[in-house]
Design a protein around this ligand. Sequence first.
Ligand code: GLU
Ligand code: ZN
Length: 498
Amino acid sequence: MASAPVRVRFCPSPTGNPHVGLVRTALFNWAFAKHHQGTLVFRIEDTDAARDSEESYNQLLDSMRWLGFDWDEGPEVGGPHAPYRQSQRMDIYRDVARKLLDAGHAYHCYCSQEELDTRREAARAAGRPSGYDGHCRELSDAQVEEYKAQGRTPIVRFRMPDEAITFTDLVRGELTFTPENVPDYGIVRANGAPLYTLVNPVDDALMEITHVLRGEDLLSSTPRQIALYRALGEIGVGTGRVPAFGHLPYVLGEGNKKLSKRDQESSLNLYRERGFLPSGLLNYLALLGWSLAEDRDVFTLDEMVAAFDLAAVNANPARFDLKKCEAINATHIREHLSTEEFIAACEPWLRAPHAPWKPENYDPAAFAALAPLAQTRVTVLSDITANVDFLFLDEPVEDEKSWQKAMKPGAEEVLRTARERLAAVGEWTAEVLKEAVQSAGEAHGLKLGKAQAPVRVALTGRTVGLPLFESMETLGRERTLRRVDAALARLERERAAG
Ligand code: GLU
Ligand code: ZN
C-alpha cells in the first residue's frame, strides 16, 4: 500500500516560556518530517484567552527560529490550511460543533458542576467508574425545556461510542481503552468557547495530519480524539483517516519526578542565556527517548534526520541530565564550529553592554589570538567571559580565593625573579616567556607548575584559565609587567602589615 506523504504538526499553546520538553517534541516532529521528506505544520493552539499571550507567541516563534527549526506551513510562512492560529479559526470550530450536534455525535449537557461533583462522589463511594455518567445523553424535550426555564446554559459533550478503542501506538505498541475509562467529554464551554478536546483533533483532521507525535502526558486524550476523528470522518470534516499516534516518553528531572515547567533546568531561555549552541542542546534533547547508535552520543542534526526512526524511540522515561547536556554542548563547540564561527558565536557575550569590561576595551584581534585555545575549554559560550576578561579589564579581577591559594610564602620571591627575567626578554613570544618563568622557578627550586601560579594570579586574578604563556603574549609586555608590579606591591604591603 502506498502510504500518504507524511504530515506532522507541532502545536504548542503560547503560555509562558518554552520549556525543553516542548523543544524535544518539536525536534522529533521536525526530524520525522525531514526524514520522510514530509511536511511539518506549525500550529498555535491559542484558544485559551486566559492563559495565552502575544508575548508568549512571539517568544515561541523566536525560540523556534533560534533553534534553527523550519516549518512548511504555519505562522510567517502561511500554507493551504491557513490560518494556523486557532484563535483565528473560531468560525470553523463553531460550525463543526454544530454538525456534530446535528449528527448526534455530541449533545447538550445541562449538568451543573455541583451536580457532577455530587454524582462523582456517589459513584466513587459505590465503587463505580467516576467519570461523566451519561446523564444528559437522552434528555426528553420536556426535560430540556425545564433546564432552559431554570436558566441553565449547556456545554457541548461528545458522545463516546460504547465500545473499546484500540490503536497501535508507534512507540508503545497496541493499546486498548475500554468505554468505562473514557466517558463522554466536554468539547464546547457553556459560553460557547471551544475546548482543546475539540479544536486539536478538528485541526489535525482539516490539516490532514498523518502522524501525531507528542508527549506521553497526552496519551489519555488519544482514545477520545480517535473517536472524535471517526465522527468527523462521518460528517465529512477532513479526510476521515485517523492519524497514527506516537507518544514520546516522559522526561524526569530531580528526584525522578516528571520534569515540569517550574523546574529551573526546563526553561529554554536559560540554555540560550548560558550560551548553549542550538545544535548541542538539540543533540542532547534527541537522546531523551532516542539514540543514533549504541555508542554514539554526539551527532549533528543532519545525522539525526538521516537516521531518525520512531521504531527506535524508547517508551521508558528518560532522565534529564544537565551534566551530560553540558558535556555534549562542549563537544559541539569544540568539534562542530570553525574558529571563525566560534568567534562569531562568542561576540554577543564579548560585546554585551553588561560585559564586565568597558565596551571600548574589547579588542577583536586580541580575542582572535586566543580564541582557538578558548574553544577547547568552554562548556557554554558564556564561559568565554571569565576566560578572557583579563584581556579587556583595566585590572585583573579580584578573586580573593585565588590570591590566597597562589600567594603562599615564597611566592613573592619567585614573582620578583620572574619579573626580572620577563623584563629582560627580547622577543615577547609564548615560548620565550615560558623559559623565563621556568628559569625563575628553578632559581627557587620550583617546578614550572608551582612557579607559574603566582604569575597567573598576578595577570588574570585567577588560578585557572587559558594557557598562561599564550595569554601573556597576547596581554603584551607592558601590561604584563605592570600587573606583576601591582601584585608585588600588594605582597609587600601585606608583609609589612604582618
Ligand atoms: N496544545 C497542546 C499542548 O501544548 C498540543 C497537544 C498535542 O500535541 O496534541 O499540550
Ligand atoms: Zn449532563
